[in-house]
Every structure is written in structure tokens, then in C-alpha cells.
Design a protein around this ligand. Structure first.
Ligand SMILES: [Zn+2]
Length: 152
């Protein structure tokens, strides 16, 4: 288990150039797919939050400027039967520094997100979740606080 996690972490790093090339390796079995997802959500994700007073809700999610990484993770979630939505938002536009008068451009034009749907948050917590303890605890708190009614 520990060995395959190291391999998966290395593959994700290497795969940053062409992430979809990793698909055949990461879909060999569900354990590898789970390891890759947990590694990615640990590095690029957040467990979400639920504010009881304002009913404001944030789903567990991961984000990347590389659309192929998001696609790869979506394939792996499909493999595990976890529902999600993919979104994208534009990064801040270029701006002129008042100090130097130079124009600055953000590195990438867009960031893509994978959000876990409510019906599958418990499944996500069991099959993927976070290895970072603080993050996994927050996910458990979210599940306890929100009492999801609709579970698919
Ligand atoms: Zn679902």
C-alpha cells in the first residue's frame, strides 16, 4: 500500500506534462485510483465547509490550471462511482503595477475545479478522503453538520 502510494505520487508529478497518459496505469485497479485521488486532493484540494448560521456550503473540491489533470481525476472518480461537477473560472486579468508601470499577466488564464456532489460526499470520504488529518477531520465535521438527506 505504502509502496503504491509513492509510485502514484511520482506518476502524478511526471504526468503534469501529459496527465491523460497516466490513465491506463491509474485504472489498473481501484486501490491505485484511490491512491492517486487522495494524493491529488491532499495536494490541490480542500475538504469544504458548512456554515450553520448562513447555510453557506462549500463542497470538497480540487483545483488545477491544467484541464487534463482535472479530466484525469474525473475519470478516476467515475471509476469509483463518485459524482462530481467540473467548473472553471478565469484568473485575475492582467494589471498595471502602480509602482513600476509594468503590465503583469497571471500565469494561466483559467483554473478548473472538481467538486464532489452532495449525494456522494460520504462515499468520497470513505473511498478517497484526505491523508492530512486536519483536512479529513474537517470533512467528517462537514458530513456530521450537514446531515445529507439525498444519498445516491
Ligand atoms: Zn452520487
Amino acid at each position: 500500500m505504502a509502496y503504491s502510494n509513492v509510485v502514484v505520487t511520482e506518476l502524478i508529478k511526471v504526468g503534469k506534462v501529459q496527465p491523460l497518459r497516466l490513465l491506463p496505469v491509474l485504472t489498473i485497479n481501484k486501490e491505485i485510483a484511490r491512491g492517486a485521488l487522495t494524493g491529488w486532493f491532499d495536494a490541490e484540494g480542500s475538504p469544504g465547509s458548512f456554515n450553520l448560521n448562513s447555510y453557506k456550503y462549500d463542497a470538497p473540491r480540487g483545483a488545477s490550471a491544467n484541464q487534463d489533470i482535472v479530466r484525469l481525476m474525473a475519470y478516476l472518480l467515475d471509476l469509483l462511482g463518485i459524482h462530481y461537477t467540473i467548473g472553471g473560472f478565469k484568473n485575475a486579468k492582467e494589471f498595471i503595477s502602480p509602482q513600476t508601470g509594468k503590465i503583469y499577466k497571471p500565469k494561466s488564464g483559467k483554473t478548473y475545479t472538481v467538486r464532489i456532489r452532495r449525494c456522494c460526499i460520504i462515499r468520497f470520504s470513505k473511498l478517497v478522503g484526505f491523508r492530512i488529518r486536519r483536512e479529513q477531520e474537517q470533512l467528517h465535521m462537514l458530513i456530521a453538520a450537514s446531515k445529507f438527506k439525498k444519498i445516491c
